[in-house]
Design a protein around this ligand. Structure first.
Ligand code: HEM
Length: 129
């Protein structure tokens, strides 16, 4: 496939509307599921900004518009997470919220498997303990 005909994960997912829905569910679940209380406590009480930032980051990460880079430059995602103690427990809490949010969005099995693998790899990369 060349760059013109390639369908991105962003498009397969359903574009901006579905990505916003996924991100909103992710933070709603983090705020309410007691199993995610550890990482919930790391986040600001007002999640308006982080919802927007994760949406913008994932937009580019999934092959859609590079909204985060346009605003903030190179993501340096691992460096941006250094202020937070992230070990296996925190990684797993993050993935619990994301997999639960994904379960509420209809998508093809191949895309689901791809996203689960990619989120798992990225979340593990964020570990600093
Ligand atoms: C592995 C477990 C993770 C934990 C515990 C974690 C936690 C956090 C926290 C506490 C913040 C700051 C929130 C705030 O300002 O209120 C943050 C920011 C952010 N996180 Fe994570 N995160 C994790 C993994 C990820 C992953 C896998 C991604 C992307 C796929 C991601 C994307 C982001 C982005 C884009 C920001 C905003 C960065 C900025 O501009 O400051 N995080 N994260």
């Amino acid at each position: 496939m060349d760059a013109v005909t390639e369908i991105t994960p962003y498009e397969l997912l359903g574009g901006e509307a579905v990505l916003r829905q996924l991100v909103d569910r992710f933070y709603d679940i983090m705020a309410t599921d007691p199993r995610a209380a550890g990482i919930q406590a790391m986040h600001a009480a007002d999640t308006t900004l982080i919802r927007q930032k994760l949406f913008e980051f994932l937009s580019g990460w999934l092959g859609g518009p590079q909204l985060f880079i346009e605003k903030y430059g190179h993501p340096r995602l691992r460096a941006r997470h250094m202020p937070f103690a992230i070990g296996e427990a925190e990684r797993d809490q993050w993935l619990l919220c994301m997999f639960q949010a994904m379960a509420e969005v209809p998508m093809e099995a191949a895309l689901r498997a791809h996203l689960e693998e990619a989120f798992t790899r990225t979340a593990d990369f964020m570990r600093n303990q």
